[in-house]
Design a protein around this ligand. Structure first.
Ligand code: 13P
Length: 253
């Protein structure tokens, strides 16, 4: 059985007090309402991590994620946060290569390969994000584009390292637009990713890899998306900022 995961990416939203309130609500709702083997990951802004860790430490199923980390170990990189620092405040997962990081901060596949390495060295579990723009979708070459993102950032890993990776497929045209990929579109890409991974790492590792869908995932479409055979959960943006919506998505399996 593959691990089912729902991760909330808060992006640059919520003050500390707002974030603590949201977390309290999610912790309570998940404890009261969620059954079964699903992992819930909260990825708030960096400066909320320490206090959120205090809130979720004793909560079943809930883990802390960061939205990014530096590819450098330490030193003179003003404004950056290292993987080691994240681990030291209780972070378990880290998003690597979100499309907003790629687009607004020019993160390249090779730079992301370094971030993956340093995350793993510090026992953080990377959630590697990939996905195509509308132009690439319309050109029909999206599968090749996504496979290349994966190859350039992940295929230097050995099998043991690769088995720690979670992949999130987030078509850029579906992020924050209200335009979700259909379940057929999501399944098609997820199956293609799994097949590509199987070609490099073998069927067993590919079968145990969790692949999340992200992009306008909401309570009313999560059930259909999560019922696809190769969709193992979601990476949620907007709907992760509302405790009711987020918990309802967690309950969609
Ligand atoms: P939305 O759910 O707001 O479309 O954002 C998806 C996303 O980018 C999660 O990382």
């Amino acid at each position: 059985m593959r691990q089912k995961i729902v991760a909330g990416n808060w992006k640059m939203n919520k003050t500390l007090n707002e974030g603590l309130k949201l977390t309290t609500e999610i912790v309570n709702m998940v404890a009261d309402e969620v059954r079964g083997d699903v992992k819930v990951i909260l990825a708030p802004p960096y400066i909320h991590l320490t206090q959120l860790n205090g809130q979720i430490k004793n909560a079943d199923r809930i883990f802390l994620g960061a939205q990014n980390c530096s590819q450098h170990k330490s030193g003179a990189f003003t404004g950056e946060i290292s993987a080691e620092m994240l681990a030291s405040v209780g972070v378990s997962y880290v998003l690597v290569g979100h499309s907003e990081r790629r687009e607004y901060f020019n993160e390249s596949n090779l730079q992301l390969a370094s971030k993956i390495d340093i995350a793993l060295e510090n026992n953080l579990l990377p959630i590697f994000c990939c996905g195509e723009s509308l132009d690439i979708r319309e050109s029909g070459k999206y599968e090749a584009f996504i496979c290349n993102q994966i190859k350039e950032s992940l295929f230097h890993l050995n099998e043991e390292q690769f088995s720690k990776i979670v992949i999130a497929y987030e078509p850029i045209w579906a992020i924050g637009t209200g335009k979700t990929a259909t379940s057929e579109q999501a399944q098609e890409v997820h199956a293609a990713i799994r097949k590509f991974i199987a070609g490099q790492y073998g069927g067993e590792i590919a079968e145990s890899l969790s692949i999340l869908y992200g992009g306008s995932c909401k309570p009313d479409n999560a059930k259909e998306l999560f019922s696809c055979p190769d969709v193992d959960g979601g990476l949620i943006g907007g709907a992760a900022l509302k405790s009711r919506d987020f918990t309802d998505i967690v309950k969609s399996f």
